[in-house]
Design a protein around this ligand. Structure first.
Ligand code: 5RP
Length: 222
């Protein structure tokens, strides 16, 4: 299978995973990115079987709307039974790096409100140790240089993602050359820097289910 076919396969597997649980009152949490987009496109067929969705980005909200799926504010919803989203890297503990699409903060918020986080990814995202993918950190714009200096002290090489403003009006620093031995501790450590909104480590709350698209099949891990 090509990478695109693997993304399609995991999107289909995620539909199989949630479809038996859909009720007319169900509101789903939906992520951001090319894999999540494939999931949204497949979900459209079931739009009369559930109530709607909470989106982790304006882009996903627009795509959901385009399919006639109602999008709700998270504050009016509370918890969601499932959050379905992609990842930039995933390790054996289902800890993730996310935020390649700059949607990490809203993704982390919706994931926090989910009873089950189903991560969908092609096998190229699977790593032994997180950090080959540059770790994104969302920062309040006036704090960017300060946060960058603090990240250097932690051993990272932060690079300003120029031209990118997040849906929250903030900026992104991508941490290069930053292999992570203890994702839970590093997630907490970076989030404690003043001016950081959040970082792209999803370890304190990782995925509950991983659907990983391999050469010829989808592997399910919990
Ligand atoms: C966006 C994300 C995405 O989930 C991540 O970048 C994976 O994207 P794709 O499915 O396009 O590979 O975290 O902020």
């Amino acid at each position: 299978m090509t990478q695109d076919e693997r993304k399609d396969a995991v999107a289909a597997a995620a539909i199989d995973e949630i479809e038996p649980w859909l009720e007319r009152s169900t509101i789903l949490g939906i992520g951001t990115g090319s894999t999540a987009n494939r999931f949204i496109d497949r979900l459209a067929r079931f739009r009369d079987d559930f109530k709607g969705a909470v989106a982790s980005s304006e882009a996903s909200a627009e795509r959901l709307h385009g399919h006639g799926i109602e999008v709700f504010e998270l504050n009016s919803v509370g918890t969601v039974p499932f959050y379905i989203d992609g990842a930039d890297e995933v390790n054996a503990h289902l800890h993730l790096i996310k935020g390649g699409g700059a949607a990490l903060t809203r993704e982390k918020i919706v994931a926090a409100c989910a009873e089950r986080f189903i991560c969908i990814a092609d096998a190229s995202k699977r790593v032994e140790r997180l950090g080959r993918f540059p770790l994104p950190v969302e920062v309040i714009p006036m704090a960017r240089s300060y946060v960058a200096r603090e990240l250097v002290k932690l051993g990272a090489d932060p690079v300003y993602r120029e031209g990118v403003i997040t849906d929250n009006g903030n900026q992104i620093l991508d941490c290069f050359d930053f292999m992570i031995d203890d994702p839970v501790a590093m997630e907490t450590r970076i989030n404690a820097i003043v001016g950081v909104v959040t970082n792209g480590l999803f370890a304190a709350r990782g995925a509950d289910v991983l659907l990983l698209g391999g050469e010829s099949s989808v592997e399910r891990r919990t």
